[in-house]
Design a protein around this ligand. Sequence first.
Ligand SMILES: Cc1cc2nc3c(=O)[nH]c(=O)nc-3n(C[C@H](O)[C@H](O)[C@H](O)COP(=O)(O)OP(=O)(O)OC[C@H]3O[C@@H](n4cnc5c(N)ncnc54)[C@H](O)[C@@H]3O)c2cc1C
Length: 472
Amino acid sequence: MRYKAVVLGAGPGGLVLARELARRGIDVSIYEKGNFENLGHDWSDAVELEALNACGIELPVLQKNRWYGPLVKDSPVSEGIYEKHAIPRLSIYSPGLWSMKEIRFKMIITDRRRLGKKLLEEALEAGADIYYRHEGKGLLYREDGQKNDGGIEVFGVVVHDLEKNCQKEIKADLVVESSGFNSVLRTGLPSYCGLSEPLKDSDFALVHREVRKLEPFNTEGDCLFPDHYRYGFYNGYQWAHIHNEQSIDVGAGVRYDPGNPDPRDLIEEFIAKYPGIKNEKIRGGRSLCVVGSPLPSFVCSGFLVIGDAASTSVPTTGCGTGSAMLNGLRFGEVIAMAAMEGRNDLQRLWAINKKFYLESDRGPSYAALATLRGMLQNLEHSELDFLFTKDLLDAATLEDMINGKFRAPNLKGKAKALGSGFTDMPVLIKLNRALNTAVRIYDHYQNYPEKWDSKTCYKWKNEADKLLAARG
Ligand SMILES: Cc1cc2nc3c(=O)[nH]c(=O)nc-3n(C[C@H](O)[C@H](O)[C@H](O)COP(=O)(O)OP(=O)(O)OC[C@H]3O[C@@H](n4cnc5c(N)ncnc54)[C@H](O)[C@@H]3O)c2cc1C
């Protein structure tokens, strides 16, 4: 097939997409700023089992809180993608530790370097090419309002070869940006194409996580550190996930705000309480993590944005690996069909937006959860403790929120049931307002435009902007 796609950035979304396109006979080249050795992040991510399964990455079998299978690691440094210790249920604590609820956790802890290498291997096996040490600088595009009605037609990308120190222009039918939250390509487009708005500070959490050595313990017996999230802590979260008898993943993320403490200090504070967690760090890292609303559109003619560059992480946890992979898979189907028809125009690629916003619950849920997160982050620790304790934020709601699904609890019924025991009206009003705003946003995203036509789409976008502004 004489259809050429260029993927910028070898993140999980870009690699799955590249694999899918190459498997369907499309000519795919990946340009990656880094090199093979440092591909993927040097930490562990909790990734949705559903996403790994859908993308054909073999899942291990669960027995007695342990994973078994060929891709399970034997030790912290061995080959393998998955950590041994399973977390089918996770304890969720309120910020002041007043209340704990147990939820089903639909994720598995993966070594991101190993997962990255596996996805790369599959993309290359399918026929994709990769060029390391090539940094994307900008898009090649023509302003083409007449033909495509979206105003822009992308026809390639400018990359800088970091070894030879020279610039190259790579022409393509489709350019895919998968370069993470900095999204250098889309933010360089003219604003009238509707894709270029940069993410705001409030769309980020600052996250720090480390795998630390742990005093060996008996897996059959109790460990001192339950797998947990401390939710709403400093407008973010803190967690501990055991990996195996000898290592533990500890992390924290706070709203990206100079007034908040450094997440590393929150981790140190936690570790200081448990001498079983050693000072010895096995691996780890820190960076900004996307927790905002997904972009209202991911496409223009000849161009697609995916992964953190498209802000598609679960806004209530910052988990973006699984959704980047799933989008790689689903968007790949649309591109493959478009390629067979020899098309790359906005009308055809709009089916990608439709996949995310209309054919799955993820789009509307993430938009609503971003709103809910933003509004709940303005509550004090004591207010969140109160909502947990009175079960106004109950286990079912938290389970959905953490697993990326929006569902509003029946607040009226709950408040009624509390009767005279209920003392804090202002916090109930705040929660009610947050939920109502989130419901309106969810409903609006469920009415996402079926097709690209400028009048309907701009009208929908203006309405979405108004609702998002109402979050305050
Ligand atoms: C500390 C921390 C913990 C996290 N924990 C979790 C977790 O538990 N679970 C989870 O699901 N998610 C987690 N995340 C989020 C997750 O890492 C991201 O959502 C995910 O990696 C997004 O994938 P991506 O493909 O969009 O981008 P990335 O994984 O960021 O990959 C982008 C790639 O593009 C390359 N690149 C960047 N700029 C350019 C350029 N100009 N030209 C060429 N290449 C470029 C980069 O080198 C990189 O290889 C965490 C994030 C942080 C910071």
